[in-house]
Design a protein around this ligand. Sequence first.
Ligand SMILES: O=C(O)CCC(=O)C(=O)O
Length: 284
Amino acid sequence: MERFEPPDTTSQRQAFERDGFVLAHALITPDRVGSLHDRFERLFRGEFETGVSPDEVNWQEVDGDPTLTRQICNGWKADRLVAETVLSADLGRSIAELAGWPGARIIQDNLLWKPPGARSLGFHRDNAYLAWYTPRQMLTCWIALDDTTAEGGTVEFTVGSHRWRTGNDPSTHFHAPDDHRAPVVSAATAAGLEPRFHHVEASAGGGSFHHGWLWHGSGPNRSDRHRRALVLHCASSEARFDRSGFGQGNGSIYARYARLTDDVMDENHFPILWRTDGYRTPGI
Ligand SMILES: O=C(O)CCC(=O)C(=O)O
């Protein structure tokens, strides 16, 4: 994995604490961006290099609605280049350091492909879906695989909203809601706040890191260019299952990896990318 500029300066950490996100340049090289485009083609055609299916396949070429944003979660289990990218020790280290964790483990990757004309993704907060593990925290690295613009439906962050009241937000409509910002506008109104939005306009290979309680989503692609992103969602390396939350959020999908006799998160499914003591899950 090539080196990138990690967001490790004091001013970037302060910006992350204040705004709930930081922007990043050159997370991956242009060569890798091109190769990942090929892998996206294959995965959305149902070609799984390892012979293992991703955990969630929400769009396939054969029958997918062309107006929806295409989505696959945990493509790393199906494709070795996606795995090499999202299981990077450098990305894991940046995430752990921004979050103040002793290490980072992957919970989920997310392959998103919004072709010209495709509809929005509703605003949501990642942590709201995560009552099934503890500590209930996520920090995400979002990697643009195309040059992104507001018109092209890039991801939008609500500045500072990770500091708003937290809890089980009412479930939001993720795929193609009529008004993608409606949930955050109503949360802001309830709190007497005025939401301020930032569009991540990145060059392919760049992107951002965002906090698990930050409200975010994205509008329709009104441009004539594809908008693809590879997303890495991590938790603390110390995270354990919380059985009281198994029926909530996306627990019904991911709690299937819980063991019968303890709450340990199996590293075969949630590998540790980087830890302060130098540990990294063997075999990844
Ligand atoms: O790329 C998008 O539009 C949304 C991405 C997202 O929800 C995330 O990175 O957590």
